[in-house]
Design a protein around this ligand. Structure first.
Ligand code: ADP
Ligand code: GN1
Ligand code: MG
Length: 359
């Protein structure tokens, strides 16, 4: 608490600290709602063991938020709520170094909420519009201007290789307890090449994408119930539309929490799948290429598998990447993802039909 107070004092010397409270449920950064005598802010301690080039990351966020704000003005949307707005330190820097840690402050988007667990298909339809609009707003942004904030982030082949290394290193000594999960991944090694190979040969276009389209990374307006802001922009970088579409389905097409222990509660709901597809494609279907359309029914399987592989890898490595709140937390998260992958695999034809309906 004292640390946060001191950070706020150094960052915003003309304001008086009133209070601070933890915010949200992110696995990577530490986020706080800070209230001063003048305003409310989101303060984040950036995880620099994961985001190693904070200047490059903030360059990306500066360029992308500038672009989205300019679009909002043209569209008659309030630019203050259309995207994130970071504060500068008294020295004019975009983050503060304090005791070896990196802190950043955004204006707080008030009267808004985020959703952790899917309940209402209408919300998922609206999230589809929000992420589809995000893709659209950035469709004329030159991807080569953005740095890769995490190398090979959605490269499923390199994620697979990291997993095999974790199995053989077995740093946690847990490998023998997760033989079923290891076999599940190995049976899908060939599948991990499907998008990577097409990106490499140029047949799948590189787009500017969000890359972390988890449901709780959209803020909804309390009054209208409509999406107001796509947040968590640390992984905005060159990618594929398949990533954003697929990753959103990973968190929003089931009613179960990501870390649900009772796997019988992990469902795959085609009504939810349809809701997001309808919203997302209504915003960006005209710019999709033939190859993107062909691969779209596999996107949710790929991104859910990838996330499960990442949770399993972290479990094997001894929980060094994702924040955990209990013993075996990453394994629980991995198991929900793999259950969802199995259910999605049985529904490729149904997913394709839904996609075709909204193209
Ligand atoms: P992480 O990278 O750890 O996921 P996020 O940037 O997603 O961190 O922030 C975590 C949570 O904090 C979000 O899900 C949201 O609920 C809340 N939040 C983040 N930024 C803002 C903001 N500018 N205004 C309001 N709420 C925010
Ligand atoms: C992390 O930061 P957060 O909690 O929004 C992760 C995503 C995963 C997600 C799984 C930078 O997202 O890639 O899909 O957890 N972000 C990073 O819940 O690794
Ligand atoms: Mg987040």
């Amino acid at each position: 608490m004292d640390e946060i107070k001191n950070v706020v004092k150094a960052y915003l010397p003309n304001e008086n600290f009133v209070s601070c409270a933890p915010l949200g449920n992110g696995h990577i950064n530490s986020t706080f709602l800070v209230t001063t005598d003048r305003n409310q802010y989101t303060l984040q301690k950036v995880n620099t063991s994961i985001f190693k080039d904070v200047d490059g990351l903030m360059d990306n966020i500066q360029a992308v938020t500038h672009h989205i704000r300019a679009k909002a003005r043209m569209q008659g949307i309030d630019p203050a709520r259309a995207t994130l707005h970071f504060m500068l330190t008294p020295e004019g820097k975009r983050y503060l170094n304090y005791n070896g840690d990196v802190y950043r402050i955004y204006k707080y988007i008030d009267k808004a909420f985020s959703i952790e667990k899917m309940e209402n298909p209408q919300h998922f339809y609206e999230a589809g519009i929000a992420f589809g609009k995000f893709a659209n707003d950035l469709s004329d942004f030159d991807a080569s201007q953005l740095s890769e904030t995490i190398k090979n982030f959605h490269n499923t082949v390199s994620r697979y290789n990291d997993f095999e290394k974790a199995v053989s290193d077995n740093l946690s000594g847990r490998a023998s307890e997760v033989a079923d999960e290891i076999a599940f991944v190995r049976a899908r090694e060939g599948f991990t090449h499907m998008f990577v190979d097409k990106l490499a040969d140029g047949s799948l276009p590189v787009r500017v994408t969000h890359n972390d389209t988890k449901l709780n990374n959209v803020l909804f307006d309390e009054e209208t119930n409509l999406p107001t802001t796509v947040i968590d922009l640390d992984t905005v970088m060159p990618g594929s539309y398949l990533y954003d579409f697929g990753d959103a389905m990973r968190s929003g097409s089931t009613h179960a929490a990501e870390d649900e222990k009772d796997l019988s509660l992990v469902d795959f709901d085609l009504e939810l799948y349809e809701a997001f597809t309808k919203g997302y494609l209504s915003m960006c279907k005209d710019s999709l290429t033939k190859v993107e359309i062909e691969l779209l029914p596999y996107a949710s399987i790929m991104l859910t598998l990838e996330c499960g592989i990442r949770f399993l890898t972290d479990h094997l490595n001894g929980d060094t990447y994702f924040r955990i709140h209990r013993e075996g937390h990453n394994l629980d998260r991995c198991r929900t993802q793999f259950k969802l992958v199995s259910l999605m695999e049985q529904n490729v034809d149904n997913m394709r039909k839904i996609i075709e309906k909204y193209l």
